[in-house]
Ligand binder design. Structure first.
Ligand SMILES: [Zn+2]
Length: 81
């Protein structure tokens, strides 16, 4: 009998959690360059732009080797608190 109640409650909680993560949770991306520079962007596009800017300026020979996917693979995503 009580299992129905539990299911309804869990469904409600899951819905609340989902909407919280959609609306309130903000991410930022950090890329630690092997040279020691730490780049931070507030979106995937921003960290990619910043990283390519850094590569072109400091490691021009690497700028042509890396692609967006490589940058995003190396970048770490954090939850903004
Ligand atoms: Zn660097």
């Amino acid at each position: 009998m009580s299992s129905t109640m539990t299911k309804v409650t869990l469904a409600k909680e899951a819905k609340a959690l989902r909407s919280t993560s959609m609306v309130e949770r903000q991410y930022y991306w950090v890329l630690q360059c092997p040279c020691g520079a730490s780049l931070e962007g507030s979106s995937e596009d921003e960290i990619v732009d910043l990283s390519f800017g850094h590569l072109r300026k400091n490691h021009p020979d690497m700028a042509d080797v890396y692609e967006r996917e490589h940058i995003l693979f190396m970048a770490q995503r954090f939850v903004r608190t």
